[in-house]
Design a protein around this ligand. Structure first.
Ligand SMILES: *Cc1c(COP(=O)(O)O)cnc(C)c1O
Length: 497
């Protein structure tokens, strides 16, 4: 298997190169040249396999230039060693008759980003070795909260890498800031910047495109790289948990091998739901993909009408990881649905960057609506769903997961489809404790984050994740606040370059 780009299908890269480069030179995203197949017989064979063994199998099918031993080392380093608080890594919880919650937040930072960012550093260092690269990789991240912390935890003390994270000084939650400024590890650096998330992101992009700076760093044996969600190395590990969840449903006697299921995903950048689509292409029996959005409902409209239009008001919601107007990974779906028509994709993406908008032709629109169903849910209904799920089912979802639960209810009402459905749960409720507690009718005014953690623990009858309770009293290592003009200096300073 080799990798091509959504805007240049004549490329032929090994997966190691695709992972090392991140983004293709002409701006397209890397995709595999074909999708490996997964038979029901194989699924049966994986029934008694651990999550790590299931991951080794699925990832081995896509990263064919990695040796078995290399894949195995990556999987064990990411999902073994007690890194995940659940032995199952991604456990399923039955909510009611046809509804199952797939908990993807048992990793070190309590968000689903860990599922990919725990393994990406190991893919990357393996890829660097395989491609003969000798320099130290420097990961630069601008974050609005979750990604920065997950990347820090993933890259912490990984040989041959350094990681530098910039976050907006007043743009992240207290818990998120604490998580980052207390980060451990010899190869990590965190700095706040005076400005908002866009300023941080613009500053990081400016460093990536600064040829003089890159040359200077290369002279000191450093090469810049990114950990953001368009890297194939972040997408491919997400296919695993859909395969694993299906096997678990069969094993638990909830479905029979071969039965179809639906998948409902709270969606932002379209990475998580796209991984489910690839799982279906491999052969996993999935009937419908239910795409759930918050008030930033650009995807809802797109799936319903075939028109993607980002020219709209941006809403700041209580599910901030889905506050996105450009869903980058959608490009991979469109490439596939167009029958690998790279010219068409380049045209659509050019429309998006010039006009902020593109329109699918009738044939593609039809394919999208056959596969996907979409709905959205505002903050009021998100909170109502948290309350209702807690009251009716004794389960307390975080704000993002609640959006998905609400949209799934909309789907059931609209279609009367009773197919068993997996709802992806993308964050621990403790990460968004103030919104969750106020949804449950608690007064959170004047309470600090540790008081809130305890309140939620009592209210939801859940244990506080250790990585969050341990933040109390941890040394605050990173107190730098810099101006956005000085980000490059901070980078050089830390690297001693
Ligand atoms: C990143 C994130 C999402 C969105 O996932 P995509 O793959 O970008 O669609 C949803 N929920 C949480 C908690 C996240 O951190």
């Amino acid at each position: 298997m080799y990798y091509l780009s959504t805007r240049n299908k004549n490329l032929k890269l090994k997966s190691a190169e695709a992972i090392k480069n991140g983004l293709s030179a002409e701006g397209g995203l890397y995709v595999p040249s074909s999708i490996p197949s997964l038979s029901l017989a194989t699924l049966k064979k994986l029934a008694n396999a651990s999550y790590i063994e299931r991951a080794e199998y699925v990832l081995g099918k896509f990263l064919t230039d990695f040796t078995k031993d290399e894949i195995s080392k990556c999987c064990k380093a990411a999902y073994g060693n007690g890194k995940f608080s659940s032995e199952k890594v991604a456990p399923l919880v039955k909510l009611k008759d046809s509804e199952y919650i797939l908990e993807l937040w048992h990793g070190p930072t309590c968000a689903f980003k860990d599922m990919a960012l725990q393994i990406l550093p190991h893919f990357l260092t393996t890829a660097i070795k395989k491609t003969g690269e000798k320099k130290t990789i420097v990961i630069l991240v601008a974050t609005s909260g979750d990604t920065g912390k997950a990347a820090l935890e993933g890259f912490k003390d990984v040989d041959g890498t350094d990681i530098i994270v910039f976050y907006p000084s007043n743009g992240v939650s207290d818990i998120q800031q604490l998580q980052m400024i207390t980060q451990e590890g010899k190869n990590v650096f965190v700095s706040a910047i005076n400005g908002n998330f866009d300023d941080a992101q613009t500053g990081v992009k400016a460093i990536f495109t600064d040829d003089k700076a890159k040359k200077e760093l290369a002279g000191k044996n450093f090469i810049l790289s990114s950990a953001n969600s368009i890297n194939w190395g972040r997408l491919v590990p997400q296919i695993v948990y859909y395969v694993s969840a299906y096997i678990d449903l069969v094993k638990d006697g909830e479905i029979k091998m071969g039965d179809e299921i639906n998948v409902c995903v709270p969606t932002g950048n379209f990475g998580n739901i796209l991984a489910a689509y690839y799982a279906k292409k491999m052969g996993l029996p999935i009937k419908k993909f239910i795409c759930a959005s918050n008030s930033n409902n650009v995807l809802t409209e797109f799936i319903q009408t075939g028109v993607y239009d980002k020219n709209r008001e941006f809403h700041t919601t209580i599910s901030p990881s889905m506050d996105i107007l450009i869903s980058s990974n959608l490009e991979r779906l469109l490439f596939d649905l167009s029958g690998n028509d790279d010219k068409k994709i380049a045209r659509l993406m050019n429309d998006l960057s010039k006009k902020g908008k593109y329109t699918l032709d009738a044939a593609m629109k039809k394919k999208v609506s056959e596969l996907f169903w979409a709905g959205c849910c505002d903050d009021y209904f998100t909170k109502k769903t948290i309350w209702k799920t807690n009251t009716d089912c004794g389960y307390t979802p975080d704000t993002h997961t609640a959006v998905a639960i609400d949209v799934y209810e909309q789907y059931k009402t609209a279609t009367e489809d009773t197919t068993k459905t997996i709802i992806a749960s993308t964050a621990s409720p403790f990460k968004f404790n103030d919104s969750v507690l106020s949804a449950l009718g608690e007064n959170v005014d004047g309470k600090n984050d540790f008081e809130l953690l305890n309140m939620l623990s009592a209210k939801a009858h859940m244990e506080i994740p250790k990585s969050l309770s341990e933040l109390n009293g941890k040394e605050q290592r990173f107190t730098t606040v810099c101006d956005k003009e000085n980000m490059l200096d901070e980078v050089k300073n830390f690297l001693g370059a």
